[in-house]
Every structure is written in structure tokens, then in C-alpha cells.
Write a protein of this length. Structure first.
Lengths: 212, 212
């Protein structure tokens, strides 16, 4: 069984959401300067790289925070759906045409975004492929419990709120910032483990797929 | 199959290593103040809570950094060994007396440290149970590829270097800061996924055990 690392590497060059703080890595204890060990501090928004959104991110109030997301949704059988490069927006029409296998509960979209991580890693793109509001409703109506996308938002750049609201209100777990370039369409076991940050609106995660 | 979350919750109250920066969580975008969504920034040492040490942490130079630790060591069959509360130091004598099952490749130590996370969460203890240098050599000699401890260092507080050096030079993956209080001695499947931070000496991780 092959294991695929579908996580982005966190570096100061990784693009962050416009307006969010940049990623800072500060190795404040350095062996070459006589310290007993190397020690680094990280400073970053929790929505960097491969990460999970908690409902509290867009719903606020008493909505679930990241440490409350159930592990039995974050781990288990998942289906990677490969969308052709000409797909700009994930709509019900696209999903009907390509087909989601019956009983799919975790659905990861491999789009042209994944190749862009390898080609043009450190520039933020506004024209990434994302899920329309109607696409989000279609996903909820089909009993999907977890959805993953291969750029930094599940929603189109110009209209973030509707897609997030629909998915998060329905309790669909949202993973953003996957790199699926090494993975083919098909079934896998997913292990997506976000940091357990108390009370937070999201958390960076390491995500892997294991061939089944 | 039951899933156990063996990760500590990251909060500003979580004890950090003496001298390391405190954990800061700053929700800089707040819906109650009119922002479109809640967004938090985290600032922390990479060796907080449940985390993995990379060889570069204590060996420096060209030693492996955290994103290079193989996933096939971080995931797979693991054995939780429950040490009686009177054990202060994990030595060869303790390991011989309690017994490591044959063919164990990943070994997690449940000590009295685990209960302290529930009882006295937010105070740093110097008298935690850890592995002696001789215990580390014993572990290496027995072909263990991953070792996990339930406090913030694999080594005794007063003598951090020898235990770290022995394990990391042998390529043994070191997980620190587990909370094994809910887990009994026995065999499990471990998934320990540290953040993929480029070039770093360590990374916080989410770790789970699945009953087998």
C-alpha cells in the first residue's frame, strides 16, 4: 500500500490569503552559535497551506471550533475526483457529468490547481478552481461529510461566504490547500489530522492518502 | 474500532519548555466586530504540546529536518507500554522487567506523566518521567524505529543531550508530549502527523491511535 503525502510544505514563501500575516519561521536557538540545540518559532495564520476550516470560521457564535471536529470524519475512506483542466468552477452540472460514486462520504477534488503548486508555488492566484454555492448544496444533498480542495479556499475568490456557509452549516468538514498532483482518481484511505488548537477557527493539518 | 486522540490541546495555558516563547493565539479578524469571518494567528515554538523532534534539533548540520521524516515510520503498528507510577526513569532494567513484545517497531510509553495532563495541566514539571541514555541505547539496540513519551521531552530535564543524541543519531523518530491517559497497554495503529514545515527542527503534530 502506497502512502501519498498530499500536504503543502510550510515555508515563508508559501502564498497566504491576501491580507493575512505572512508565515515567519525564526530559528531563535542555533547550534552554530553555541546553543545546545536548534529551536524554531513559527508565526502564521491558522489557515495556511493544507488546513481545515472549523464552522466557527464563517458561522461564529457557538459554532464548532477546530478541536471539536470529529476524527471519524477526518479519517476514513475517501474518493479523489479528477476534474479536467478546463473546469473553472465546481457546479452541480460538473458533478453530474463526472459522477460521484455511490456512498462517497469524503470527496477530494483534484483540479488544475494541484499542478500549479508544482509549477508556480509561491504566487497567490485569484483564479483558482473552487466550489460554487450550488455545487456546495449539491454536495450537502448527496450526503458528503468531508470535502477537500486543492487551493486555499473552497469558495471562489470573489464570493467566499455562500459556499463556506452552506458546507459549514451542514457540518461538512472542509479541507483546503491540498496538493493532489501525485494522486490519480480513485479510492483511498484519508488521514487528515489538523493541529488540536483550542477554540480556533481552523488549523493547519498534515494530510495523507493510503492506497486501498 | 475505537479511535483515541492522544494529542494535547494547544492553548496559551499549555506549559512550554523553560525559556521558549509562550503560545500566543490572536484572533485578528472577529465576526462580532463586523469582519466577514473569524481568523486566528498562532505564534509558538515548534516543540509545543504533542510534537515530533527532527534529528536537526539536536544534531544540527546536515541532519534530517522535520519534513524529511518518513511517513512509513510515523504511521503503522505501535505498542503502548504502561509503566507503573513508581517508575521515575526509563532504564534498560525497567524495559527488561516489563518486557517489550518481539517485533515492536513503534513504542509509546504511558507513565505517570499522562495523568498529570488531566490533573495539573498548565504547570511545567521538571520531575517528569523520561528515558535515560542507557534506556535510549537499549531502544536502539532492540530495533525500535519510533518512540513516544508523554511529557515534553524524551530526556530527563537535567540531562537533555545524551538521550536525544542517541535516538536521533540512530534515526529513531521521537514523539514528545503525548497524552496516553485514555489508552491501555496494548497494540494499536498509530497515525502521528507532524506539520510539514520546511527545514524545521521539529513540528507540532496531531497523533491518534486506532484499536486493532
Amino acid at each position: 500500500m502506497r502512502t501519498y503525502d498530499i500536504s503543502l510544505t510550510i515555508t515563508p514563501d508559501l502564498p497566504t490569503w491576501p491580507g493575512d500575516p505572512k508565515i515567519v519561521l525564526d530559528r531563535f536557538s542555533k547550534m552554530e552559535e553555541g546553543a545546545p540545540c536548534n529551536v524554531t518559532q513559527i508565526s502564521a495564520c491558522v489557515h495556511i497551506g493544507t488546513h481545515v476550516d472549523a464552522p466557527y470560521h464563517f458561522l461564529g457564535g457557538q459554532a464548532e471550533t477546530i478541536e471539536q471536529i470529529p476524527l471519524n470524519i477526518l479519517t476514513g475512506r475517501a474518493y479523489v475526483l479528477h476534474l479536467p483542466d478546463e473546469v473553472d468552477l465546481i457546479t452541480p452540472e460538473v458533478l453530474i457529468r463526472l459522477g460521484i460514486p455511490p456512498r462517497t462520504r469524503r470527496l477530494l477534488f483534484k483540479t488544475r490547481n494541484s499542478a500549479s503548486w508544482n509549477r508556480d508555488y509561491n504566487r497567490f492566484h485569484e483564479d483558482f478552481v473552487a466550489i460554487s454555492a450550488e455545487g456546495a448544496e449539491f454536495i450537502v444533498d448527496h450526503g458528503i461529510r468531508l470535502v477537500g480542495v486543492d487551493y486555499l479556499s473552497v469558495a471562489p475568490f470573489a464570493e467566499p461566504k455562500p459556499t463556506h456557509d452552506i458546507l459549514l452549516q451542514a457540518g461538512v468538514v472542509v479541507i483546503e490547500g491540498l496538493n493532489l498532483s501525485q494522486v490519480s482518481q480513485g479510492r483511498y484511505s484519508l488521514y487528515c489530522l489538523p493541529l488540536k488548537i483550542g477554540g480556533a477557527d481552523g488549523a493547519p493539518a498534515r494530510a495523507i492518502l493510503i492506497g486501498v
